[in-house]
Write a protein of this length. Sequence first.
Length: 322
Amino acid sequence: MVDTPGKMTLWAVEIFVAAVEEGTISLAAKRLNASPSSVSQQLTNLEAGLGVLLLNRSTRPMELTSAGRLFLRRAQNILGEVTQAKAELAVFNFSKMVRLRIGVVDDFDADVTPALMAQLSKKMDGCQFLLESASSYQLAEALDSRSMDVIITADADMTEDWMDIHPLLVEPFLVVAPKGSVDQSGEVMEQLLTMPFIRYSSRTMMGRQIEAHLARQRINLPNRFEFNNYHAIMSMVADKAGWTVTTPLGYLRAHRFIESVDVMPLPFKEMTRGISLVSRKDVMDRIPQDVADLARPLLQEKLVGPCVEKLPWLRDKFKVLM
């Protein structure tokens, strides 16, 4: 590609946004599959064409100037319009898409994601797929900054007017305790209180949701163990170190511990959460809906069906939302 000083190109705008989001020239180049020197030159040309300094490249990470902050909003709008134009051209025909960036929440099942990508690849021949896994908060930020096109995430208090939300499933929270440690015909809560409570980290959405619900029920549990991933928590429960509150997705992800634990309903007020596919409104046209339609049968086949077969009491509680 020829660098042309004095002109503002769409490629330069995309490079600028990537540089802001990644913080360094090298990371922006890696994301865009370009050379650092090319990225640097494009930024220089863009600044020359606009007649202003956009980035302070002497800091790590790079910092926006006042002009850069103003231009960033316009640049994101420009790229959003381009994405919308591509989506409109591709409507009713997946095969026209050339790139789809999908973010998936960390706790989403490892079997569903590859199967979904395989189906999408058949319908979107020639499309480049970029798949990332992150926390729900990180995914929402990525969608807001337009570095993701579609995200599959846990519902929370971060819903915004610009979001187009397609509910996929609802799941109840449940108790997981060491196998044989609780007589479910007796007072379950009294028995659980004799063991340490193993928490999800308060830095995670799951942890905050659970703590808020416990507080509403006026249940105060000592804070001894706190982890930020399912496997560590389920391993502790399997080793009889305590009990926890999780969801069917959390229970299923740590499948190697399933035979060493017991699962039961919450011994206090029920609590549920949803998993949804989210995109920006009026940008991707029907594509998010079509992706959601592909995901739902996979969720039923690979998650909900097998889980309800093993734990029949979850029927009508853990379900796909059609």
